[in-house]
Design a protein around this ligand. Sequence first.
Ligand SMILES: [Fe+2]
Ligand SMILES: [Fe+2]
Length: 211
Amino acid sequence: MKPMPNIDSLIIHFDRALRTLCARATSVRPLPGGALEETRLEEHEKRNAAALMRVNHAGEICAQALYHGQAMTARNEEVRQALEYAAAQETEHLAWTGQRIDELGGRVSLLNPLLYAGSFTIGAISGLFGDKWNLGFLAETEKQVEGHLDDHLGRLPEGDQKSRAIVAQMKEDEAGHARTALAHGGAALPAPARQAMRAASRLMTSSTYWI
Ligand SMILES: [Fe+2]
Ligand SMILES: [Fe+2]
C-alpha cells in the first residue's frame, strides 16, 4: 500500500497543476491532420469550432487532473505504470486541442483551474477506493468521453477537416484507454454512479462551450 502523500509530493502535484494550466503541452506524435490545408470557414463556423475545441481542451485538463490525482493514491505499481502511458497521450491531446484553438483564433476556458482542482480531488478519492473501482471509474470516464467526442464529430463544421482529424484520433485513443483500464481489472460502475458522472460531464461541456 502506498504511504499517505507527504508535503514533498503535494508540492510536486501543485507544480504539475501549474504546468498543466499555464505551460504549453507538447506532443511526441505529430498533430493529426497537421498536413491538411486550412479551409476557409465562415465566421460563425470558426466560432463554433473554436468553442467545441475549447470544450475538448477543458476535458483534457480534467483528464490530466484525474490521472494526476489517481497516481497520487493508486496502490498497484503495475496499474500505475499502465495509466502513465494513457496519461502521456492525454498530454498530447491537450497540446493538439490547444494548438487548434490558437489556429481558430479562440481561447481556452476560464474555468480550467476550477476544473483541474475538482477533477484532481475526484481522481485522488477514486484512487483510495482501490484499483478495481479506480480503473472502473477510469474506464467509464473514457467511454463517456468517447461518446462526447463522437457527438462533436457531428457538430464540427463539415469543412473543418483539421479539427475533425484531431477529434477522430482522440476518440480512438480514449477507446484504447478504456480498454487498458478494463484489461487491468476495472469493474463496471453501478448505474447511479454512471448517471452522476454523465450529469457532471454535461455541466462541464455546456459551461466551457461559453466560458
Ligand atoms: Fe484525452
Ligand atoms: Fe483518455
